[in-house]
Design a protein around this ligand. Structure first.
Ligand SMILES: *[C@@H]1O[C@H](CO)[C@@H](O)[C@H](O)[C@H]1NC(C)=O
Length: 332
């Protein structure tokens, strides 16, 4: 659409309209779409990990080892990273050794040599954002795929990756850290256009499973707790468009939270390295199905009818398990 608009219109109607069309195309084609095939049996399996890059320390390597083992068992199709990919301050440049030390040299198992669909966390915004988004990194490790926001499409599920850091007011008034907002300013237009594109994509999606992925939690019992701005701006359109799951990191723990006002499952997988914070603040006995303060990760297996979600600790033990039936199908 964008391509057609730019070339054809410019050719026949002059450059002025071409530029106008380019501007239009920009404001309507913000969300890049990526396709991933499902397995022959119609299923899709993946791991979810967040808050990890610490050159193997704080049990990052131990978690990575178990991810490799479980990844092989499930024959995973890809890995999702919920952000805070490189500590403490993202990457300095595309040649920052941290990329290899915290990613390539840590997640070495054969089963993990799959695409890593990644978004940015608040710590990544303290570094060179452009470096993490750069195609140059794929020359170093072809698994790496990182965007601010994008849509991953497969035949049974659609994943809406959302750049949540610019939503959070606190980072814009944080005197202790520098965040690199180039590409995000002016903030209001960035958020408005992101929300508009997202709402449209959610509305038009006819995927069996709709999954939204962000760095910050919408619901969390852990240290940071719920994210007010996401409850206000993102959650209403998720509810209105039958989103099944929201996956995030940020709190360095593993969580499964439900709610009374929708069927959305809130899943935190932020146990990629440093954990054991020891401050469970907002534990609600009725909605918190599972909370674990230590390191670990999550696996998801989707078929058209069912979702099977598991959480693992640093030894690969299953901590929590949950099965969902597709509501769209059971309604029929
Ligand atoms: C690594 O994991 C073990 C087992 O959960 C835990 O006892 C230990 O404290 C962890 N180490 C760190 C640095 O978090």
């Amino acid at each position: 659409m964008a391509f057609h608009c730019r070339t054809e219109a410019a050719k026949f109607l002059g450059v002025g309209i071409g530029i106008f069309c380019t501007l239009l195309a920009f404001s309507f084609a913000e969300l890049e779409r990526v396709k991933h095939p499902i397995k022959k049996d119609g299923s899709l399996s993946f791991l979810v990990i967040g808050d990890w890059g610490r050159s193997g320390s704080y049990n990052q390597s131990e978690v990575a080892f178990q991810m490799g083992r479980i990844g092989e068992q499930l024959d995973i199709d890809f890995v999702i990273s919920t952000g805070d990919n490189f500590y403490e301050d993202g990457l300095k440049s595309v040649s920052d050794p941290l990329f290899k030390d915290s990613f390539s040299k840590v997640y070495t198992a054969q089963s993990l040599q799959k695409p890593w669909y990644s978004i940015l966390g608040n710590h990544d915004y303290r570094g060179n954002v452009g470096a993490q988004l750069s195609p140059e990194l794929r020359k170093i490790d072809s698994r790496w795929f990182c965007r601010r926001s994008f849509i991953l499409k497969s035949d049974i599920a659609e994943f809406f990756f959302v750049d949540t850091t610019p939503f959070v007011d606190d980072y814009f008034y944080d005197p202790e850290h520098i965040y690199h907002w180039k590409g995000v300013m002016p903030r209001t237009s960035y958020l408005t256009s992101l929300l508009r594109d997202l709402e449209k994509a959610l509305r038009e999606s006819n995927a069996k499973w709709k999954i939204v992925v962000g760095h910050h939690a919408i619901r969390s019992a852990g240290h940071h707790g719920d994210t007010r701005e996401l409850i206000q701006l993102l959650l209403p359109m998720m509810k209105a468009n039958n989103v099944d799951m929201y996956m995030n990191g940020h709190d360095h723990c593993l969580e499964h939270i439900t709610s009374h006002d929708s069927s959305i499952q809130y899943l935190t997988s932020g146990g990629g390295s440093k954990a054991w914070r020891g401050d469970v603040k907002h534990y609600n006995r009725l909605t918190t199905k599972f909370f674990y303060d230590g390191q670990g990760f999550m696996s998801v297996k989707l078929s058209e009818e069912n979702a099977h979600i598991l959480f693992y600790d640093v030894f690969g033990n299953t901590l929590h398990e949950w099965r969902l039936t597709n509501e769209l199908l059971s309604d029929m």
